[in-house]
Design a protein around this ligand. Structure first.
Ligand code: PMV
Length: 320
């Protein structure tokens, strides 16, 4: 049987950085994210008793590099004695460049795989399975604003607000199309082992989560802006102080952050966040979209800007 699912990336406003259990890929901290609308990955999984090994195509081309991770994700959903699969993944945005492509990829992978095997799993179960492959993927099962919490020996994701409750907009400033220098999973381990700020980061996260959740539920843009930028810069400070240092930014990343800060100082409702890559995501109210996009398009070093609203969680598109 073959099933196709679609999922969008999500952007963390309160970040996940660091693992408390590497083999089960459990995060050290909770996180809060927004799921995007217009960037997506569509994944088809066809289980076929007639093939000896999984195959993977990414945007139509065979890809051996990602195959082990995707195969491991299928093992998590179906068990290791499973039937092999033909996997076809298509994304309408650059992969591995700090646009959270692993989130949309693994969220769509678990939904498609589970459906291809005619399983009947809840969103909460699918979210935990996606989290085993990529921590941020667990959040892409949910639309709008989602919070990932650590519970005893697993994770739980709650929906905080739906898309229509607070339809924020996101302008992504693409500052390079190159793949990132170091995968986030490896970088997190370097930070955990070497950054003098790591323990403090983990310790203070609950406070940041509480502030952000309260701001989101009250739709208080300024409070959310303040805590989200602080949390982002704190995560990058943990990275910068790691040995070797983990620096995902380029000069255009800094220029964009400065452009956003200047806009906000002039009264525009916008704030920035940056993940494990050099792209800057500017989150803004609908009324600010044009001025934010103009400013980022004209910022030196920006190769492109993308505009998207908030979207729904991962979903099944078809089964054959
Ligand atoms: O889920 P991963 O392994 O791609 O890690 C995501 C890490 C950040 O994007 C930097 C933060 C986050 O919470 O998404």
């Amino acid at each position: 049987m073959r099933a196709t699912a679609r999922a969008q990336p999500n952007i963390a406003l309160i970040k996940y950085w660091g693992k408390r259990n590497r083999s089960r890929n459990l995060p050290a901290v909770g996180s809060i994210s927004i799921t995007l609308a217009d960037l997506y990955t569509e994944m088809s999984v066809e289980l076929d008793k007639g093939i000896a090994a999984d195959t993977l195509t990414l945007n139509g081309e065979h890809n051996g590099d990602m195959l082990p991770r995707v195969s491991a994700c299928l093992d998590t959903v179906l068990g290791t004695g499973r039937v092999q699969a033909r996997i076809d993944s298509r994304s309408n945005f650059p992969v591995a460049a700090g646009l959270a492509s692993s989130a949309s990829a693994f969220a769509s992978a678990v939904v498609a795989t589970s459906a291809a095997a005619a399983q009947d799993r809840s969103i909460a179960e699918l979210s935990r399975l996606a989290g085993r492959a990529s921590g941020s993927a667990a959040r892409s099962l949910y639309g709008g604003f989602a919070e990932l919490r650590n519970c005893d020996d697993d994770i739980e994701v709650d929906s905080l607000l739906s898309v229509s409750d607070w339809p924020l907009q996101v302008v992504v400033a693409v500052t390079t199309r190159a793949q990132k220098s170091i995968a986030s999973g490896d970088a997190m381990e370097i930070s955990r082992k070497t950054s003098p700020f790591y323990e403090r980061w983990v310790h203070d996260q609950q406070h940041d989560l509480d502030l952000a959740r309260t701001a989101i539920l009250a739709r208080d843009f300024d409070k959310l802006a303040s805590i989200a930028e602080h949390n982002c810069l704190k995560m990058h400070s943990v990275m910068w102080a790691s040995r070797p240092p983990i620096v995902y930014w380029n000069t255009a990343t800094l220029e964009c952050m400065q452009a956003v800060r200047e806009l906000r100082a002039q009264g525009t409702a916008v704030f920035f966040t940056v993940d494990a890559g050099p792209q800057v995501k500017a989150i803004c109210l609908d009324s600010a979209v044009d001025v934010v996009r103009d400013a980022l398009t004209n910022t030196p070093g920006v190769c492109d800007t993308l505009l998207t609203g908030l979207g729904e969680g991962a979903r099944l598109m078809e089964t054959e």
